[in-house]
Unconditional design. Structure first.
Length: 464
């Protein structure tokens, strides 16, 4: 075990063993390096500095490969399975697919070391906590966590939810001390609060981008090649859509289907989309206008008492630069009705959600999504233009029809708990966009980084 202690986070830390079950993208964040040279904070080095010992495993068939991959990491030992990790670790983190957490905990949970602490990193806490309650011995403490960012985002300053579900203050303090090495902002919630908030910030946000992808796929277009999708708002839609489709399907399926709080939101988003689209199709200008403005007031407040801050969430001009288009001759952006953004605000309004209330628990993707939505609703003239286009201009009708069909399709799939259909719907569109992922990921990363940096500059100015 580790021999010297340079900066032990708590007394006895030199003998505190961290166990990781599931060495996929997120498991490696806790164990290893984040594979991005722009991230100076290498978690593995941090744990090394803390002199912590890590035992980790994935499925048994990956044992040999993982042993090779981690051969040069002196603090990490790869074991064959979760039984071996569980019986020897003081704090065990389950970092497996949300859909299998029940069966994985059922298998390894009974092997948990006497008096250990157990937690999970799954995106939805209801099944995780139920699995822990059902299968862990009663002497085991439960402290769960959830990093509100993907594996390629610098964890420093991002929210990290901590859930003290069944634990002594001492156990909780140990977990907190270990996870502090990630440099994230700790947010303290119950499992139920976590699921309610992430249903708003994640599940319904993803539903919007998943629907955009399906609509563009159905109309057989790469939107960055079209002169109809030019400019800042469109760049955000395209880059984030591609970012989601370039990831593993189970992450998004899990947090939508397994989160009992998410079904209502995703269903309302589909309903809002459909109803607004009908108003546009039928040319009911005044009804559309009244509905959009009523939603604006409920979500963003009155103009004389707005809920948004003095400065826009999305810094002026920042996202305009991040286009995938090779064609600089596209010219300025052309007016769009932005059905997806109008539907988002209508959905928040119908459910009484004030998105700013969730900033403490927001992902970079949610902040960008709220940023473009706010931009549409607070930029003088833009909202009226989108209503006018929705009624008068048929340029986007086909895309909007497909968007509406897609939103309803995702909602039905989620409501019926159809993992397999969800996977097929996702993967077929993933294949369509695949040729552009490498470039899209780079552009999307750069866009997120620019926005996060602008956020940081604002924080510094506010503190001064
Ligand atoms: N990716 C993201 O952006 C984020 C994900 N999360 C959550 O973190 C969790 C992990 O996600 P992520 O790392 O992205 O997914 P990955 O698919 O990359 O990792 C999950 C790993 O767990 C393995 N696994 C499955 N069953 C077992 C088992 N019985 N024993 C050991 N290992 C097993 C999987 O193997 P196999 O592939 O063979 O099934 C896989 O390697 C998910 O619950 C996700 O919701 C949380 C925050 C962000
Ligand atoms: O920012 C997002 O919403 C992402 O897509 C990345 C992500 C996915 C799953 C999580 O549980 C947390 C973050």
């Amino acid at each position: 075990m580790a021999s010297t202690i340079s900066s032990a986070p708590f007394p006895g830390a030199e003998n505190f063993v961290i166990g990781i079950i599931g060495m996929g993208d997120m498991g490696k964040i806790h164990a290893h390096v984040v594979p991005d040279e722009r991230l100076p904070l290498l978690t593995q080095q941090v744990f090394q500095r803390l002199c912590m010992w890590i035992l980790a495993c994935d499925r048994e068939e990956k044992y040999e490969d993982l042993v090779k991959e981690f051969a040069h990491h002196p603090n990490i030992q790869i074991l064959r399975n979760g039984h071996l990790v569980s019986r020897a670790s003081n704090y065990i983190i389950y970092s497996v697919e949300a859909a299998v957490i029940g069966q994985v905990v059922a298998e390894y949970g009974p092997s948990t070391r006497l008096g250990a602490i157990v937690g999970g990193q799954t995106s939805c806490k209801d099944p995780e906590i139920r699995a822990f309650e059902e299968h862990l011995p009663s002497d085991v403490d439960i402290v769960s966590c959830h990093s509100l960012h993907g594996p390629n985002v610098d964890p420093r300053g991002q929210p990290l939810v901590l859930i003290k579900h069944r634990a002594s203050d001492e156990s909780f303090a140990k977990v907190e001390a270990v996870l502090r090495s990630l440099g994230s902002k700790h947010v303290y919630l119950s499992a139920k609060e976590h699921d309610r908030i992430t249903a708003d910030t994640q599940a319904v946000t993803h539903a919007a981008f998943l629907s955009m992808g399906k609509a563009w796929h159905a109309t057989k277009q790469f939107p960055w090649e079209s002169s109809r999708y030019v400019g800042g708002i469109e760049n955000v839609k395209i880059n984030l859509m591609l970012r989601i489709y370039s990831q593993k399907w189970h992450v998004y399926a899990g947090l939508a289907i397994l989160n009992p709080e998410a079904h209502k939101q995703i269903n309302q988003f589909a309903k809002s989309t459909t109803e607004l689209f009908y108003l546009m199709l039928e040319g009911r200008r005044e009804e559309l206008r009244a509905r959009v403005y009523a939603a604006k007031e409920r979500v963003f407040g009155r103009d004389d008492n707005p809920k948004w801050g003095p400065k826009p969430l999305l810094p002026e001009g920042v996202v305009d630069r991040f286009s995938l288009s090779k064609n600089n001759a596209h010219g300025p952006s052309i007016p769009n009705n932005h059905l997806s953004l109008l539907a988002m605000v209508d959905c928040w309004s119908a459910l009484g959600i004030v998105p700013y209330d969730h900033m403490i628990c927001s992902t970079p993707l949610f902040r960008l999504w709220l940023g473009v939505t706010e931009h549409l609703f607070r930029t003088p003239g833009l909202l009226d233009e989108s209503i006018r286009v929705g009624i008068e201009d048929t340029t986007y009708r086909r895309d909007d029809l497909q968007f509406t069909i897609a939103a309803c399709g995702w909602a039905e799939c989620v409501a019926l708990g159809q993992f397999e259909t969800w996977r097929e719907r996702f993967c077929v569109t993933q294949k369509f966009f695949e040729p552009r992922f490498a470039e899209a990921i780079q552009v999307g990363q750069a866009m997120i980084k620019a926005v996060l940096e602008a956020d940081k500059e604002d924080e510094v100015v506010e503190k001064e």
